[in-house]
Design a protein around this ligand. Structure first.
Ligand code: ADP
Ligand code: MG
Length: 318
């Protein structure tokens, strides 16, 4: 088990990681989400042992990790870390790049390389020099490289950021299935909500260096405690309660996803359509309700300036 206990860290006197604690088990997939600059990369570097922490501890199977000041080469052997901008050797082939991480004594080296290339869907590029690959292809080779040695813990920083959607889903399914089958703990920093929602066992949300939520994807999505959290998953509507209920003067806001607001026939909350945006399976309709702009989903395009009646399908106010 990985145990992060009350860690704080600053590059200068200003702390950018503030008293973070969490636990993760073997085989878990943990997603760390948070806006840019919130501390995701810093947190991964602390866990891997690249940054020295004055406060708090990181331990693996009840053994405290020493950190960079106490090791000749920073970084733990049982972990692999893929930084946001990882480096490959440009002038050798994909196969050679991955091969560097597999012992030449290994009789199955060739087979293993092929298996890794299959996971990242790069078999057809095995003989291509890395300098001739696209950004997304390089990222896929980099992923194969860090799983080559079967680490116990894998830390990935925005690993799919340059990979097109066309490939991303298949790659994620392959990779996370493989990691589960090998019982490898994987922690991914990401701002792509699918990485987190569809695959993670647990999501950690960080904001300004603080861990503000820690829960399963289902629970975080269906009951986000703040607009900050909800906005990772979808466009979020923040509606003042007194705009939809004339009986209250409460300044409370309610949070609703676009799929929680529905068009009704003749009664409900009156709003005016501003725009319709095609999103494939539906339209995202932008409308104005008194002074608040809101978004909801509808199967058809609506006429601009049209008056509509809306029903909110979620009662919870927060
Ligand atoms: P994220 O990965 O969530 O975008 P980072 O962990 O990279 O966030 O950064 C957290 C904070 O630490 C930011 O305010 C950033 O400016 C600062 N920071 C990151 N790296 C350094 C560094 N090497 N020196 C000083 N400050 C840094
Ligand atoms: Mg980062």
């Amino acid at each position: 088990m990985l145990k992060v206990t009350e860690i704080s860290f600053g590059y200068t006197s200003k702390e950018v990681i503030k008293n973070i604690s969490f636990k993760a088990n073997k085989g878990d997939y943990i997603a760390i989400i948070g806006e840019s600059g919130s501390g995701k990369s810093t947190l991964l570097e602390i866990i891997y042992g690249l940054l020295h922490i004055e406060k708090g501890t990181v331990s693996w199977n009840d053994e405290k990790l020493l950190g960079p000041n106490f090791r000749l080469i920073p970084g733990e052997d049982f972990m692999k870390y893929l930084p946001q901008d990882s480096d490959l050797m440009p002038f050798i082939t994909v196969e050679e790049n991955i091969g560097k991480y597999i012992s030449s004594q290994d009789k199955n080296k060739g087979k293993r390389i092929k298996e890794l290339l299959k996971i990242v869907d790069m078999v057809e590029f095995s003989q291509t020099k890395v300098k001739n690959l696209s950004g997304g292809q390089k990222q896929r080779v980099a992923i194969a490289k860090v799983i080559a040695k079967e680490p116990e813990v894998l830390l990935l920083d925005e690993p799919f950021s340059h990979i097109d959607n066309f490939r991303k889903n298949k790659l994620r399914r392959n990779l996370f299935k493989y990691l589960k089958s090998k019982n490898i703990l994987c922690i991914v920093a990401t701002h792509d909500f699918t990485d987190a929602l569809s695959f993670a066992d647990k999501i950690l949300v960080i904001r300004n260096g603080k861990l503000i939520a820690k829960n399963t994807p289902e629970k975080l999505y269906s009951n986000p405690k703040s607009a900050y959290i909800a906005s990772f998953f979808d466009e979020i509507n923040k509606i003042p309660l007194n705009e939809i209920d004339s009986n209250t003067t409460s300044k409370k806001m309610i949070l609703l996803y676009p799929n929680e607001i529905k068009l009704t026939a003749k009664e409900g909350i009156k709003a005016t359509v501003i725009s319709s945006y095609f999103e494939g399976s539906h339209y995202l309709i932008e409308a104005i309700l008194n002074k608040t702009t809101l978004f909801f989903e509808h199967p058809k395009k609506l006429r601009n300036n049209q008056q509509v009646f809306l029903k909110l399908t979620k009662k919870a106010a927060n």
